[in-house]
Write a protein that binds this ligand. Structure first.
Ligand SMILES: [Zn+2]
Ligand SMILES: [Zn+2]
Length: 188
């Protein structure tokens, strides 16, 4: 199991799969303590509720709480990527360092398939966003939004025609265009 980052909505099943099936859980070395919950850099309920007047925020927040979004989901034994470059796994996924959403978020590029698994570095929709298509998540979700925006450069040159994002539908089209759309929205 590859983690782009250690937010609860991305690791909820990891500890179960690790303990029940012995599945290895891999992530960037700086996300390892995050997944262990030695610290948690995630939007707080207070921060969300302060924005409850915005379209979509309150229904989304209620849904997230109802779905267990407030429960602790630490992963006891995550491991860091063994080294730089492609991982020795089916599809040869290549971690692409894209910090900003969390301190050391990584996307995964599958060069053989022309697919980018972008995690929360680049999404294609979210219940709290009125935008459709490639975009950054709303500001409250990022540890450092400016950094997330700047690190889109790490994605734009990747040869991939499909973006599978952490939130929103699959996006077909060159990653370069998807990044350009996200930048346009961010500066609008
Ligand atoms: Zn996230
Ligand atoms: Zn997410």
């Amino acid at each position: 199991m590859l983690l782009t980052h250690a937010h609860s909505d991305h690791i909820g099943a990891a500890e179960h799969l690790r303990t029940a099936y012995g599945t290895d859980v891999l992530t960037h070395e700086e996300e390892v303590p995050h997944a262990r919950r030695e610290f948690l850099h995630q939007v707080t309920l207070g921060k969300v509720l302060a924005r409850a007047w915005r379209p979509g925020v309150l229904p989304w927040a209620l849904g997230a709480v109802r779905s267990g979004g407030m429960s602790a989901v630490p992963v006891a034994g995550p491991r860091a990527f063994p080294g730089a470059g492609a991982l020795d796994l089916p599809g040869g996924p290549v971690p692409v360092h894209t910090p900003g959403h969390t301190r050391e978020h990584c996307a995964f590029h599958l060069p053989e398939h022309g697919v980018l698994v972008s995690g929360d570095a680049l999404v294609t929709g979210h219940p709290t966003s009125r935008l459709a298509g490639p975009q950054l998540l709303p500001g409250m979700f990022h540890a450092d939004r400016a950094r997330a925006l700047a690190w889109l450069t790490a994605l734009e040159a990747l040869p991939a025609g499909t973006v599978l994002a952490g939130h929103g539908p699959a996006h077909r089209g060159p990653v370069r265009e998807a990044v350009a759309r996200a930048r346009e929205h961010a500066s609008a």
